[in-house]
Design a protein around this ligand. Structure first.
Ligand code: 6PG
Length: 467
């Protein structure tokens, strides 16, 4: 019998997905550019060998897959994907689907999808979240592309996906770039959530004088309540881990410089293009970028004048509530970007569905997402999550703590860019009469840009006199 699917690319994610598929009873043809990887992969997967067909030659690989073919590529996004499309397309036939399961820029996915139109072949951009473990035992998957491809892929995707109360965490979210865009914003929210956790860790470490294990215990405790989430759980576990070489906590021997691969930055760029601003994600991205200036920061610590003031360390309960408020606000910004993209690209994204498939398998899975799904189902006032009754209620309880935490951070010089940005956004959106009238006055004063009046329609100019 021929294979149900082909997996090209046996790196960490590709191998894990191939094993997951084989585990679920599908026949999987596998191959890789460096052919020596194929042998070691198959040797490791002894139990599943009956379901794995290793091929060293691209034509043999293609021939081994049943038509219409479904071929999943797990290779670096960008130029390698374009090169592969060019190489493999002539070997394929009408109705076949190529899936890019990497973290691709959705603009590239749209571009690639366009080149497939009218060729009889199909292209799917699919976001896969959950890291190696997720891919192996149940990822969350965000699928773009045509209905034709989805009907081919669906039984396999639903079988291997993470399950939340029995429901598979995978969905066909829209055409062309929709799946990759949703994955990109998922990562943006991931960045903001990670940063907020790091900020609270910093407050406890630097102002509270607590060691890694103690902070790990705090997070472990939080993970049993409303903050329950993979990222809190992972942070707790990471804080408890000990470095074999030094017998110190691993976090204490890790250099404080963070990298990124692009998805967080793409979320911000696209948000700005869409007339949005995801300030919590921007803060998280900025924090990673600034972190890279390690040498400068080390000098600046002594060169810049001491300007901090005494402030009491926020209570654990305030830090907990600040994280809860910050998480809601970070997610609200991310979903706002998704809505703006959905409108601009006419994707008709189903926000409730997105929250639904993020409840298990992905990196940002959390108790909050289950609540968000309900909130979307009930409809959002003015399209804003922060106005959903359940969110308003939680924010009313937690924003006062966020305020105290950010205030203490500001006085004591403890940087909290993401939590501060969350609070600023909350305050901005909660202010019926803002200060943009002053911006408009300045614009008209020096540039004759015109402004709208509160008491008349149309465009007006100020009587600025000779000033
Ligand atoms: C996931 C992760 C995963 C990875 C990204 C972001 O959903 O499984 O988001 O895709 O962590 O590559 O990594 P960077 O932090 O390096 O940008």
């Amino acid at each position: 019998a021929k294979a149900d699917i082909g997996v090209y690319g046996l790196g960490t994610m590709g191998s894990a997905l191939a094993l997951n598929l084989a585990d679920n009873g599908f026949q999987v043809a596998v191959t890789n550019r460096e052919t020596d990887w194929i042998e070691s992969f198959v040797a490791e997967a002894q139990d599943l060998q009956g379901n794995l067909v290793a091929k060293h030659d691209l034509q043999d690989f293609v021939d081994a897959i049943q038509t219409p073919r479904t071929i999943l590529f797990m290779i670096p996004s960008g130029a390698p994907m374009d090169a592969m499309i060019e190489t493999i397309s002539p070997l394929l036939s009408e109705g076949d689907t190529i899936i890019d399961g990497g973290n691709a820029d959705f603009n590239e996915t749209i571009r690639r999808s366009k080149t497939f139109a009218g060729t009889g072949l199909h292209f799917v951009g699919m976001g896969v979240s959950g890291g190696e473990k997720g891919a192996r035992f149940g990822p969350s998957m965000m699928v773009g592309g045509t209905d034709h491809s989805w009907s081919q892929l669906r039984p396999m995707a639903e079988a291997i996906a993470a399950k939340f109360e029995g429901n598979p965490c995978v969905a066909h979210l829209g055409p062309d770039g929709a799946g990759h865009f949703v994955k990109t914003v998922h990562n943006g929210i991931e960045y903001a959530d990670m940063q907020m956790i790091a900020e609270i860790y910093g407050m406890l470490r630097d102002q509270g004088g607590q060691d890694a294990a103690a902070i790990g215990a705090v997070f472990g405790d939080w993970n049993t309540g409303p903050l329950q989430s993979y990222l809190i759980e992972a942070s707790s576990a990471a804080l408890h881990a000990i470095d074999e070489k030094t017998k110190q906590p691993v976090v204490d021997v890790i250099l404080d410089k963070a990298g990124s691969k692009g998805t967080g930055r793409w979320t911000l760029i696209e948000a700005l293009k869409l007339g949005q601003s995801a300030s919590t994600i921007e803060a998280a991205m900025g924090a990673r970028s600034w972190s890279s200036e390690k040498e400068m920061r080390s000098e600046a610590e002594t060169l810049l004048a001491e300007t901090t003031q005494a402030a009491s360390v926020p209570s654990l309960s305030d830090l907990h509530d600040a994280m809860q408020a910050g998480r809601i606000l970070g997610h609200a910004q991310g979903f706002r970007v998704l809505q703006a993209a959905s409108d601009a690209f006419e994707w008709a994204l189903d926000m409730s569905k997105i929250a639904e498939i993020w409840r298990a398998g992905c990196i940002i899975r959390s108790a909050l997402l289950d609540e968000l799904m309900d909130a979307f189902q009930n409809g959002l006032p003015h399209g804003h999550l922060i106005l959903a009754p359940a969110m308003r209620e939680t924010l009313a309880k937690t924003v006062p703590a966020l305020r105290r935490v950010v205030a203490a951070a500001a006085l004591s010089g403890q940087p909290m860019p993401a939590l501060s940005a969350a609070l600023v956004w909350y305050d901005t959106m909660a202010l019926g009469r803002g200060t943009a009238n002053m911006i408009q006055a300045q614009r008209d004063f020096f540039g004759h840009h015109g402004f709208a009046r509160i008491d008349a329609t149309g465009k007006h100019h100020g009587d600025w006199g000779e000033a």
